[in-house]
Design a protein around this ligand. Structure first.
Ligand SMILES: [Zn+2]
Length: 69
């Protein structure tokens, strides 16, 4: 089932489920990259799908992307 996300719901999710902060103020859909700020101070872009489903909730320095097999 597809839940409809709004930027405020995403913001809430980010606050509750990660240490990162959401910087983007608009959300247009799952393919859109959102701008986050990591606890280390770096900013990074990720789609919300990756953030939520793949648990990519930090920048690439704190959480290097895993090579997919
Ligand atoms: Zn970081």
């Amino acid at each position: 089932m597809n839940k409809r996300w709004t930027i405020s719901k995403i913001n809430e999710f980010v606050e509750k489920n990660s240490d990162s902060k959401l910087l983007s103020t608009e959300y247009h859909g799952f393919s859109q990259k959102l701008l986050f700020k990591c606890t280390c101070g770096s900013e990074f872009e990720k789609t919300f799908t990756k953030f939520k489903n793949n648990h990519q909730r930090k920048c690439d320095v704190c959480q290097p992307p895993k090579a997919s097999r």
